[in-house]
Design a protein around this ligand. Sequence first.
Ligand code: BG6
Length: 309
Amino acid sequence: MDEDAIRGIHRIYIIGCGSAYHVGMAARYVFESLARLPVEVDVASEFRYRNPVLEPDSLALVISQSGETADTLAALRLCKDRGVRTVGIVNVVGSSIAREADATMYTWAGPEIAVATTKAYSTQMAVLNLLGLYFGEVMGTVDYETYTAMIRDILDLPEKLEQVLAQADRIREMAKDFAGRDDVFFIGRNLDYALSLEGSLKLKEISYIHSEAYASGELKHGTISLIEEGTPVIALSTYGPLFDKAMSNVVEVQARGARVLALTTETHREAMLARTDRVLTVPEVEPMLLPQLGVAPLQLLAYYIALER
Ligand code: BG6
């Protein structure tokens, strides 16, 4: 797509299943914030059957590790039939989605061995961060400081991820606390909400513990009644601008007796330690890159809980 074609886009649809859908949920914030484009995110199995109103001056980003998931492929075909330009974000070279999309960006993650995908999330997120940043540059909606900070932090991600992984022993210790539980709640706002969806999916997928992800602000509309003495709540609060709101949700669930494990940034570590001693951190990074760091401790937590069980 040349720059004029990109400037002609007025809406983005992001479609996927499972973890790919969760990447889309996080990427929505990236495209809205950097490129100022309206974004709709859908699970492919819903999108394809709801006769969506698709506008021709829009772009569909179709995310799939395998490139063969039937619902995602059907959603791609629907977009094409309705004249919507499609871009596949795909790992498997030469797969159906890669072949049928108008354009494909490969994630080059190598063969996916486990069903509970991990590296697909990170690489899809990386592609969408780059694409969102590029769209922002072309649209003229991203300022120079943010642009250079994003590039710097993208280049620093491997080193920052090493710092996150250095907490593996602590995560393993914390996992013992959660392994005997039947229900776990993940809560977060904004990017942390998108991240909570993936953290929750990983946990149930490999440990067989029931878990739910909630947008923190929605808790009070009914679900809070399920939080009682000892209920594990994994409170995600990496997104700095909403840290105070996240903290108020921690206080809210603790008032009902929840055992809170928090994931926040190093900057907010001390503040969170005042509420709970179970705190994991990610280094400071441009906010849109937070899910790429934040997903790792959640994947490890799910893994260690599964081992414990
Ligand atoms: C599910 C897997 O069956 O398919 C998930 O358990 C995956 O991990 C989802 O995210 C979608 O797969 P794909 O290949 O379309 O990304």
